[in-house]
Design a protein around this ligand. Structure first.
Ligand SMILES: CC(C)(COP(=O)(O)OP(=O)(O)OC[C@H]1O[C@@H](n2cnc3c(N)ncnc32)[C@H](O)[C@@H]1OP(=O)(O)O)[C@@H](O)C(=O)NCCC(=O)NCCSC(=O)C[C@H](O)C(=O)O
Ligand SMILES: [Mg+2]
Length: 306
């Protein structure tokens, strides 16, 4: 951390997860494109985007790709097939070979699902820093989101993020896709709250209509307003608007700098609440501001890279 952000502590290690692009591991052309895209993270999908009879082929392609590609700052996540499928063992073997930043578990409905994978990873020294992400995308997953999130406490703290999957959730609930996601908002908020209660990041669902960038922008703004850290993306065209909506805006950066500077001022030492331009600002706002500035530092460091 290089700026004003360093003088305040925040509860969760900040990472940029504004744009989390998913790529079918079977799709060579898409795989070749990801290193040229400004996304924060890439999910290499072995699950629903890969046909049953092509899973082995997809694993083979992904191994070769990850052994040769330089993903640089982009987090690498592999979405595997669920443990009750015939693909799970081989998918996990691939995860242990590739050692990505995280493994994404689909359709998680119970804490034990996370615990079992944490136990498997725990048997391998090389997988020490490997984290677990969980897709919350079924009615039981939403209902149990808090219990699943809390399981991060008992599984070596590997659980790091939730990703919402609205395609599966719509299928299971019968709620049709509609602008504003009115009837899904309560479920989305439940997942955000559960993630926050246990210090997890939380990523909003994909938007299927990748040509309608106006609708995508609206949905991203809504996701940001609901408290999501970023959005799962299916297409390169969605990267820039996601970075924009989930990244810090200029007015927010200016405000954060003002708040941190004011609280760092010795004249305010010992004060937990101050008046800035007619608004009450508490020390908790300074922590929030420091978190935002840490993200700005990360974005700047990336841009400054030769
Ligand atoms: C949806 C797509 C099949 C569309 O692909 P395509 O027809 O190739 O679109 P374009 O011609 O517009 O593509 C332009 C170029 O961009 C490349 N491309 C496309 N998508 C990606 C991508 N995701 N990553 C990287 N590059 C991408 C194309 O190859 C074109 O380049 P070129 O070939 O050089 O011309 C496709 O976008 C796609 O497959 N998207 C991802 C689908 C996916 O991963 N699905 C699984 C995750 S979704 C999910 O998890 C849902 C969740 O579980 C839930 O329940 O909600
Ligand atoms: Mg799904």
């Amino acid at each position: 951390m290089t700026s004003e952000a360093s003088s305040f502590r925040f509860h969760h290690p900040s990472r940029l997860r504004r744009s989390v692009l998913t790529v079918p591991a079977i799709n060579d052309r898409a795989l070749d494109k990801v290193t040229g895209l400004d996304c924060d993270a890439v999910i290499f999908d072995l699950e629903d985007s890969v046909a049953e009879d092509r899973k082995a082929d997809a694993r083979h392609k992904l191994l070769e790709f990850l052994q040769n590609a330089d993903l640089d700052h982009r987090e690498r996540i592999i979405r595997i097939n669920a443990s009750d499928t015939p693909h799970f063992r081989e998918d996990m073997r691939l995860v242990l070979q590739c050692l990505p930043d995280a493994v994404l578990l689909p359709k998680v409905e119970e804490p034990v699902t996370v615990q079992d994978v944490a136990d498997l990873l725990g048997e391998q020294d090389a997988a020490e820093g490997l984290r677990i992400w969980a897709m919350i995308e079924t009615p039981r997953g939403v209902l149990n989101a808090a219990a699943i999130a809390s399981s991060g406490r008992t599984s070596d703290s590997r659980l790091d993020a939730f990703v919402v999957g609205l395609n599966d959730l719509r299928k299971a609930t019968g709620i049709p896709a509609a602008p504003g996601r009115t009837y899904l908002v309560p479920y989305l908020m439940q997942v955000v709250l559960a993630a926050r209660a246990y210090g997890l990041d939380v990523i909003d669902s994909v938007s299927n209509d990748f040509r309608d960038l106006e609708a995508f922008s609206d949905e991203s703004a809504q996701g940001r307003a609901m408290g999501f850290d970023g959005k799962m993306l299916i297409h390169p065209a969605q990267v820039e608007p996601a970075n924009h909506h989930f990244g810090p805006s200029e007015p927010a950066i200016a405000e954060a700098r003002l708040v941190v500077e004011t609280f760092s001022d010795l004249a305010h030492a010992g004060l937990n609440v101050i008046n800035i331009d007619g608004r009450m600002i508490e020390r908790l706002h300074a922590e929030e501001a420091a978190r935002l500035l840490a993200k700005v530092d990360m974005i700047t460091a990336r841009k400054d890279k030769p």
